[in-house]
Design a protein around this ligand. Structure first.
Ligand code: GCB
Length: 620
């Protein structure tokens, strides 16, 4: 093999330029991607867009041959070029047009049997037509891509993104052509020790373009972010800001609120950073609450841009051990939910998926969901807004991520900011959670305190929480995690009756909570295979699980500062940690409902408690 052809081979494909290379130099392979940073466009789902959902050509690339150079860096001269043999004198060893397709949105694991366990690079390609509109900027919007994504349009590197559960937007205006275009997205779902999450999670690592992909058009100057909230202590004052990209200082920003034919409006002016402060009073404001999920049509106009949204207005705060919604104490009757698709399995993404999941929450009598353990699709929080279901939203700082590594902190911070940017217009979201079940060591505490500080800096209108581990001494559960110091609301997970002791032990358990703050029992529960019956002492039966709930409810009513609960969890979900044949078969069975929609006995135990209000209290 000559140097040149060896070089071509090492580079993974032969391109014309390589054939003229005269010296052996691996840097020829490099042509690293010029990664630009992505952004998150507020209310992007409300903007004019062209969907790129549907079938995409895909290439499974297990060794990352078309993606990485010899240093493991993403490169531009691989499959991203989408070459045909006629474009090159050397061999082209891939062909999108002749490759099979997968549906977007959708994880790849549940679409092709051979990809069920696949974790690695996979290429997506789609041709699309585009007709330029003068004065418009265009972004490629990706609802979620698990875990790392590399994007090109017409062979031009657009951006890279890390984090499998937050949406992002990358500008492609300069890369677009009139007429035929193609987008190539490489996704690598390889789990990383220094990723967020890290290597081990109790959920399936569904890879791919798991949520919607679209082209979004905005004017030259446009609203990329805004924050409008009901001011605490008031029932009629909305305050916040609108940020306009490219706006000169003094640009007028108009905010119009409309509901049931009533309009209120106000104008502000941008400062040197493009941000206009907004203060609006509406004497007839209808507040958003679970009983009355009033949504306003909100219209923001700035320069050439108009952005419309549906928003509710409410306050959420704490007073001592109370959680106050619109100034009144509330008890959160909740349930944890994974983004697992009901009936068909795989990652949830569709309107039907979220309607089924939140429909079950309503049926349960709940007013609250903990969206575990990562931000769910925007459809979920939109529907929660419409249904009046309160939301805990979390980033996947799960178990032991590399807390000592500043690069991991940066990844967690970016997912946190992306989550906040996307959902700060949702009244349903009341709690941002920075972590789940993390070991209380100093490196962890410093890491998480930084995240809590970030939440407080970016969003002063909501509460910050985390699901903590608790210490056990005899029959006492002690909540003294140092992170409790900076949280607004404490979350605690415990599995009395499942991982520890018997169900009846719950009633003997005393809770010693060292912070005078509201507490949510953010997890408890046990496994049961739907349809398996026996006595309350036989593990995996519906009776065993229901019995855990019965005893837990007694214990919960003895915790004076309990202000909410979200047992683990609504529906069984796929997990590589759950291998017991005949019972688990790759599913965590702690759901109240099976993955095929069968309700277990425990569902009805909890439903009764929620509907008859026999659990939970406020100090009202
Ligand atoms: C937990 C985790 C959750 C697991 C659950 C379980 O504590 O937070 O992600 O799935 O326990 O089933 O063990």
């Amino acid at each position: 093999m000559s140097h040149n052809s060896l070089l071509a081979y090492v580079c993974g494909l032969a391109v014309v330029e390589l054939l003229t290379a005269s010296s052996w130099n691996l840097s020829w392979c490099a042509e690293e991607t010029a990664a630009q940073s992505s952004t998150v466009l507020a209310a992007v789902d409300q903007r004019h867009s062209v969907s790129l959902d549907g079938e995409w050509h895909v290439i499974v690339d297990p060794y990352g041959n078309g993606l990485y150079d010899s240093n493991g860096k993403a490169r531009n001269n691989g499959f991203a070029r989408n070459l045909a043999q006629s474009d090159s004198k050397g061999p082209i060893e891939y062909n999108f047009a002749k490759s099979g397709t997968l549906r977007v949105p959708g994880d790849w694991n549940t679409q092709r049997e051979s990809l069920m366990y696949y974790e690695g690079p996979l290429w997506y390609e789609k041709d699309f037509e585009y007709k330029r509109t003068p004065g418009k900027r265009v972004f490629l919007h990706v609802g979620a891509a698990n875990y790392r994504a590399f994007l090109w349009v017409n062979g031009h590197a657009i951006c890279e993104h890390e984090g499998g559960f937050t949406g992002f937007d990358c500008e492609i205006t300069a890369a677009l052509r009139e007429g035929n275009n193609f987008a190539v997205i490489a996704i690598d779902s390889t789990r990383l020790a220094d990723g967020v999450p890290t290597l081990k999670t109790d959920w399936w690592n569904y890879g791919g373009l798991t949520r919607e992909v679209s082209l979004v058009e905005v004017p030259e100057r446009f609203v990329d972010e805004f924050d409008l909230d009901l001011k605490r202590g008031t029932a009629n004052e909305i305050e916040g800001w609108v940020h306009v990209v490219g706006a000169a200082a003094g640009t007028e920003v108009k905010v119009v609120l409309e509901k049931d034919g009533q309009r209120t409006s106000v104008t502000g002016r941008t400062d040197g950073d493009g941000r206009a402060q907004i203060h609006l009073e509406d004497g007839n404001l209808q507040l958003w609450s679970p009983e009355h999920p009033a949504l306003y049509h909100v219209k923001l106009t700035a320069a050439e841009d108009t952005l419309e949204d549906e928003m509710g207005f409410r306050t959420i705060e704490t007073r001592g051990t109370e959680i106050l919604l619109n100034g009144r104490p509330i008890f959160l009757k909740g349930i944890c939910v994974h983004a697992e698709a009901p009936y068909r399995t795989g990652r949830a993404y569709s309107e039907e998926d979220v309607e089924t999941l939140l429909g079950w929450v309503h049926e349960l009598g709940g007013n609250f969901v903990r969206l575990a353990h990562y931000p769910h699709s925007e459809r979920m929080t939109r529907l929660a807004d419409r249904l009046g279901i309160l939301v805990w939203s979390e980033i996947p700082v799960y178990w032991a991520v590399h807390f000592e590594d500043p690069a991991v902190l940066a990844k967690a911070e970016s997912q946190l900011s992306e989550m906040i940017r996307r959902d700060r217009d949702k009244a349903s979201v009341i709690l941002w959670s920075v972590a789940n079940e993390t070991p209380a060591n100093p490196a962890r505490t410093t890491f998480l305190k930084t995240l809590v500080g970030e939440v407080h800096r970016q969003d002063t209108s909501r509460l910050v929480t985390a699901a903590l581990l608790v210490r056990t001494e005899g029959h006492t559960k002690i909540v003294d995690d140092p992170l409790g110091d900076v949280l607004d609301v404490l979350g605690t997970n415990e599995y009395i009756g499942w991982y520890e002791g018997t169900a009846a032990d719950a009633e003997q358990t005393r809770w010693d909570i060292r912070y005078q703050k509201p507490l949510i029992m953010s997890e408890f529960g046990g496994g049961a295979k739907a349809g398996m019956h026996g006595d309350t002492a036989t593990r995996w039966t519906e009776e065993f699980q229901a019995n855990i709930y019965e005893h837990q409810l007694v214990m919960l009513n003895h915790i004076p500062q309990l202000r909410g609960m979200s047992p683990w969890l609504l529906m069984d979900f796929r997990s590589p940690l759950r291998l017991l044949p005949g019972i688990q078969d790759d599913y965590n069975r702690k759901g109240l409902i099976s993955e095929s929609g069968q309700k277990k006995k425990a569902f009805f135990v909890l439903q009764k408690a929620y509907k008859e209000n026999t659990v939970g209290h406020t100090q009202q």
